[in-house]
Design a protein around this ligand. Sequence first.
Ligand code: ARG
Length: 438
Amino acid sequence: MKLWGGRFENSESKLMEDFNSSLSFDKTLYHEDIIGSIAHVKMLEKCHILDKDDVNKIIEGLNAILIDIENGKLEINGDYEDIHSFVEVNLIDRIGDAGKKMHTARSRNDQVALDMRLYSKNMAKEVVENLHELLKTIKKIGEENNYIMPGYTHMQRAQVVTFKHHMMAYFSMFTRDVARIENAMEIMDFSPLGCCALAGTTYKTDRKYTASELGFSGVADNFLDGVSDRDYLIELMSDFSMIMMHLSRLSEELIIWSTKEFDFIQISDEFSTGSSIMPQKKNPDAAELIRGKTGRVYGSLMSLLTTMKGIPLAYNKDMQEDKECFFNALNTSLSCIKVMNGMLGTIKVKKESMLKAVKHGFLNATEAADYLVNKGMAFRDAHGVIGEIVLKCESDNKSIEELTIDDLKGFSKLFGEDIYEFIDYENTLSRGIKKEMK
Ligand code: ARG
């Protein structure tokens, strides 16, 4: 069932029909398609292009289709080219000739561009809401477990930090992700409806009216761009990719921390799985899947960037390829944010294990060098002295604070009894700019 055919002599091959159809995936847009059409025909009436009777019939018919889809009476399938054809053919079946007037002064090119904008804008809001939930969890888990832990560079123990400070690094990342999506939503907030196929229309329509009916802040500046712009999908997918990169880094840390080798956290049973052969195993599958699914979201972004790069203006059918990759990236990102929120909210943080790792990692070596600097030694020399001390400690299997004052004085006469208080791990956190870590 097609919306075209008059100029054709032969019917389309079945192979081509299946290849061309987008209904199996663009049915996701049924709601946007129907509310977009309602706004369009209201405008046509306001501009005296359609009469009131026809418009009322169309709106009633569209609302009935919407209700039937939502309560399961009308299933979206069949040999329609896309969701736009499905709705229009169904409307004509229900209300007859009035339905044939709905598509006046509109093309499927501006219609699909409208549907995708409405849908992606709405879903972007949902992503932001879920990010806010994740931010709350990150803050809570950090505040409830404000213990000292080793901070790492090169995956080697480096200096003392707090678990809260570590968590709040992710808080900063996801806060930037929220700002990025909100910015994308602002840039995309212009309606393409009324651009028609590519060149506007000779009817005196009112694009501003439909834009405001549908909640946009304005209309597209240019007809050709209005129908062929998919930047906003690419921009959102780039934001989703950034979110996934952040989720993947956090997943990686949760996986490492939950190993017996680290033992800093325990992932709850609710977000772990077992092994079919090794009875002792408890695997961090949720975190691994998030890390793994990151590739899929990056792939979707690359896919649409590549699709768009060689397309001349204005609409070309290549653009139908925007949907599956966008829906995939969106749904994957949304589910990963939700799963991360659930998993993170139920981890157990192991204060004692982290403290043990702090004590055996020379995490106060930098502060010990600072001590000598305070006593008048140049930092580079202090660095050398503490390096020698660490070497000795390693061979004696001791930490710096376990050396006696006489041992220390053997390396530099500048050491006094106050060194022990100075390099105490908790104390190092409460001095200078480090206080901000608390
Ligand atoms: N299914 C099409 C898409 O998603 C709708 C627009 C079709 N326009 C056309 N001129 N054939 O892009």
